[in-house]
Design a protein around this ligand. Structure first.
Ligand SMILES: NC(=O)c1ccc[n+]([C@@H]2O[C@H](COP(=O)([O-])OP(=O)(O)OC[C@H]3O[C@@H](n4cnc5c(N)ncnc54)[C@H](OP(=O)(O)O)[C@@H]3O)[C@@H](O)[C@H]2O)c1
Length: 305
């Protein structure tokens, strides 16, 4: 299968939009508002970010709607990636197509560039989901198909199913950062590189932790507080190393170094941003490279955790 024209080839960094309209996990409407998102979007595009990643489930459709509003003011737009949530009642092609068309409507575009199956769900037949999406490709409403959180075995199945429609799998979106290198250890990253499937790296700064702003005195709350409760103390030497390395790159921040590490590994990180400053900083994580030695020392420090 020819992957040379994967729409994600050559894209270094994207912008994650889970935060847009999402109240429960991220506090949208309390600590940041639509104006902040507008500014995050504009500065990202201005600084060369070429992909925005959303999902129908983010903020219960609000993320897609906000994105649609922002796109309304643009002549050209970045690559738009969204996701289908595998609700157990979506077991017919029709329901998959209806879900996809719901995303189209909320984003307000006649076509989405990349649509990903958000999570594998053994209850929902993969054949049904992918054949529904393949129909959307044939109809010219969808550019490329991706999956998310699929292990190797699930991904191979998706590749085989899509082969019937002569459609290559464009991407597998998974968690990847210095605190979670599962895809390096289990071979998924290597396999994707060989097969021309882009790994889209979500949570590249470990939901903000690798920026260094959280510590024992100022721990993250909510979901993040639970997820990283055991790591907050242990990661401080890694934060120090990220900061030190950043100094040698004209004062790059720990977050920028952590994101660049994902790029150096051949993945496409999509840091989420709530405001202008975060988006501006994250966009500056691309367009330069850590040295091989710096990557190796970050690997070693993360291995110690
Ligand atoms: N496919 C999936 O299952 C899946 C799962 C998760 C995420 N995603 C996608 O991946 C994207 C990114 O992942 P993520 O949002 O989980 O984690 P992330 O990108 O590692 O972290 C984002 C959070 O870090 C903080 N932050 C962002 N930029 C910063 C900066 N420059 N300096 C300091 N803090 C900064 C912000 O939170 P605070 O300001 O509150 O600290 C922001 O909400 C999401 O938006 C979404 O599109 C996909």
């Amino acid at each position: 299968m020819d992957h040379s024209n994967n729409i994600l080839n050559g894209i270094e960094i994207g912008l994650g939009a889970w935060q847009w309209g999402e109240k429960n996990v991220w506090g949208y409407g309390e600590h940041y508002h639509e104006k902040d998102i507008e500014e995050a979007f504009s500065i990202s595009l201005e600084r060369g970010v070429k992909l925005v990643d959303t999902a129908e489930i983010y903020g219960n459709g609000r993320s897609e709607k906000i994105l649609g509003k922002l796109l309304n003011n643009q002549n050209t737009h970045p690559i738009i990636a969204s996701k289908l949530f595998p609700y157990p009642w979506r077991f017919t092609q029709k329901s998959v197509i209806r879900a996809f068309e719901g995303s189209l409507e909320r984003i307000g575009l006649p076509r989405i560039d990349l649509y990903q199956i958000h999570w594998p769900n053994p209850i929902v037949p993969m054949e049904t989901q992918l054949s529904g999406l393949a129909q959307m490709v044939t109809a010219g409403k969808l550019g490329a198909i991706g999956v998310s959180n699929f292990n190797q075995c699930q991904m191979f199945r998706a590749v085989r199913i899509l082969l019937k429609y002569n459609i290559p799998l464009a991407a597998n979106q998974v968690e990847y950062n210095l605190l979670n290198r599962t895809i390096e250890k289990n071979g998924l990253l290597q396999r994707c590189t060989e097969m021309g499937i882009r790994i889209i790296a979500y949570s590249p700064i470990a939901m903000g932790l690798l920026s260094g702003k959280y510590n024992q005195e100022n721990p993250p709350t909510g979901l993040r507080g639970i997820k990283y409760a055991n790591q907050i103390v242990k990661i401080q030497p890694l934060i120090r190393l990220l900061t030190e390395i950043g100094h040698d790159h004209e004062g790059k921040t720990a977050a920028q170094v952590a994101i660049n590490w994902c790029i150096c590994k051949g993945t496409l990180p999509i840091p989420g941003a709530k405001n202008f400053n975060q988006a501006a900083s994250n966009a500056e994580s691309a367009g330069w490279r850590l040295s091989e030695q710096e990557v190796a020392s970050l690997d070693a420090e993360s291995d110690r955790l």
